[in-house]
Design a protein around this ligand. Structure first.
Ligand SMILES: [Zn+2]
Length: 334
């Protein structure tokens, strides 16, 4: 199922895409980048569907009604090809690119554009990226490649330089909150939006997955560690079952907020304003220098997390350090 509904914060980007379309300057390769949850895919789909619809509306949108729009929405349009990791988080291998090249060697089924959607383009492995580069180098008739990525820096410069780039940024808070309200996200939408770094679709997903409950549990574990009330190894056992990238992000944002509180930064600049009273209690017990060091350490572990197999050990080490950091100050009675 392809979602191509418009999102209110895509207004300017859509104008640009629409102009390409109206002026018949459709880029050979378009890269839509930005953090998770801004609707990169939806924008790509909206543009792709407009390119593939023979009865496009005057405002540049697809008609949503014709047979080809229906094929597109069902993800069965023969001239809409997809390149993506087989599983989330996995790499895109050379075989997938070879299959794509084979399909591209055939003529489009219909007499219009052909679109290739590349999801998580940064997941192309080296060999796949090289093979894919050839697709971009050799002009493909009536074909538009749309690359979607959260991490364009991981793509080779040779691919980047061949793409027209479009960067999605987080919408104004007010607009995002209004949209969330319309999506029936009626509780704690401000906290959710903060957690999602301002990305509305991610905030909505967090709401649907009850993420705030998990966050509360994790936060209480973390506080208990600082008060030597829980065992780091047991907590690590609990946390390792959770989405690790998410919980590590939380942890980093808590420590960042602690540092901000130590410098008496106003609450509106905190990522977790709802936890400010707890941060304030912790601050007098911590040394700024040690806290900074711990923050750097966490950022390093966040990178390791992608490659390290034993997450349990990673978490244990981290929690032991955190509990030491806070216990010293308990003993010295700071
Ligand atoms: Zn249509």
């Amino acid at each position: 199922m392809m979602h191509s509904e418009s999102l209110p914060w895509h207004h300017n980007e859509w104008q640009i895409l629409n102009q390409y379309f109206q002026q018949n300057r459709i880029p050979q390769a378009l890269m839509i980048k930005g953090i998770k949850g801004l609707g990169k895919q939806r924008l790509a789909h909206r543009f792709a569907q407009a390119l593939l619809c023979p009865q496009g509306l005057e405002n540049g949108e697809s008609c949503q009604e014709c047979k080809r729009c229906k094929l597109f929405k069902a993800a069965t349009h023969p001239d809409c090809l997809v390149l993506a990791p087989e599983e989330t988080g996995k790499k895109i291998g050379i075989d997938a690119v070879r299959t794509l090249i084979e399909k591209l060697s055939l003529k489009p089924q219909f007499d219009m554009m052909r679109v290739v959607l590349i999801y998580s383009a940064d997941k192309l492995n080296n060999a796949a990226a090289n093979a894919f580069l050839k697709c971009l180098e050799e002009p493909n008739e009536r074909t538009c490649f749309i690359l979607i990525t959260e991490n364009s820096a991981k793509l080779p410069a040779t691919i980047l330089s061949r793409c027209q780039k479009m960067m999605l940024t987080k919408p104004e808070t007010e607009l995002a909150l209004r949209w969330l309200y319309q999506q029936q996200v009626t509780e704690k939408s401000d906290v959710l939006l903060n957690l999602a770094q301002g990305a509305p679709l991610l905030a909505k997903a967090y709401f649907e997955e009850d993420v705030l409950v998990l966050r509360e549990t994790c936060f209480n574990d973390w506080l208990a560690l600082s008060n030597q009330q829980k065992n780091p190894i047991e907590i690590a056992e609990q946390w390792v079952k959770q989405p690790i990238a998410t919980v590590l992000n939380w942890l980093i944002s808590w420590v960042a907020d602690l540092i901000k509180c130590a410098y008496q930064v106003p609450i509106i600049y905190l990522s977790n304003p709802d936890y400010q009273p707890d941060f304030q209690k912790l601050v007098p017990r911590l040394e700024c220098k040690a806290l900074h060091k711990f923050y750097q350490y966490l950022l390093q572990r966040q990178q390791d997390q992608e490659t390290q197999v034993n997450l349990q050990i990673l978490l244990e080490a981290l929690f032991v350090l955190w509990s030491q950091l806070t216990s010293k100050d308990l003993i010295h009675g700071r």
